[in-house]
Ligand binder design. Structure first.
Ligand code: ATP
Length: 206
């Protein structure tokens, strides 16, 4: 305890929307992206290992990871991405363990949600959770939402979609699928979240 739900979904799938709905139901949510950003902020635990591995050029004058440079490097070199992940993932995992221990000690909840955007891309996350929840929709719906929300050019949306795990890869990992394809309404999504959360708690024996 606490039991862990790993929540994931591709860009524009509605994952942040589901996070807010789960929080409204009282579930504590730990945000893996925020934890990764914290350890690559000035003074963060990943900074010195990154400097040692990649060189000082990847640390900005403020002492934070230079995200633009690192993004360009890992985009060009998959091996560099693996070295970066080997530094950052254990730190994020440790931060999650610590937060879960705190939640348990304080008796705040017996079930936490881990917001893991890259669960399907980095399958080791599968071992850190008791159930995988996928917010699912077609790439067409993802594209329409991101075009509308971010105002990006189509090519940029397509490039991000191509770099992420495919819909099928994500679904293959799912214990619970939340269908958020158009024309699912927010009320319909909310109803699915509520039912899935109650069923999941029941399955966990809570
Ligand atoms: P990202 O990974 O890009 O942050 P996300 O998976 O967290 O995306 P959201 O931010 O939750 O996705 O949703 C993307 C956009 O689509 C938002 O503007 C959200 O309001 C809208 N949206 C999500 N689900 C629905 C829905 N069922 N009906 C209408 N709009 C929706």
């Amino acid at each position: 305890l606490p039991w862990r739900i790993g929540l994931t979904g591709g860009i524009g799938s509605g994952k942040s929307t589901v996070v807010a709905m789960l929080q409204a139901l009282g579930a504590p949510v730990l945000d893996a992206d925020a934890l990764a950003r914290a350890c690559t902020a000035p003074g963060g635990a990943a900074i010195e290992p990154i400097r040692a591995t990649f060189g000082p050029a990847f640390i900005g004058p403020d002492g934070a990871l230079d995200r633009d440079q690192m993004r360009a490097l890992v985009f060009a070199q998959p091996a560099a991405r693996q070295r970066l992940e080997a530094i950052v993932h254990p730190l994020v995992r440790a931060a999650i363990e610590q937060a879960c221990a705190q939640i348990r000690q304080q008796g705040r909840s017996d079930c936490v949600v881990l917001d893991l955007p890259l669960l399907a891309e980095s399958p080791h996350w599968r071992e850190q959770v008791d159930a995988v929840w996928v917010v699912d929709c077609t790439p067409e719906t993802q594209t329409a939402r991101v075009l509308q929300r971010n105002g990006w050019p189509l090519a940029q949306v397509q490039a991000v979609l191509a770099a992420q795990a495919s819909r099928a890869e994500r679904l293959a990992l799912a214990d619970v699928v939340l269908d958020n394809d158009a024309p699912t309404t927010l009320a319909q999504l909310q109803a699915q979240v509520q039912r899935a959360y109650a069923e999941q708690r029941h399955q966990f024996g809570l």
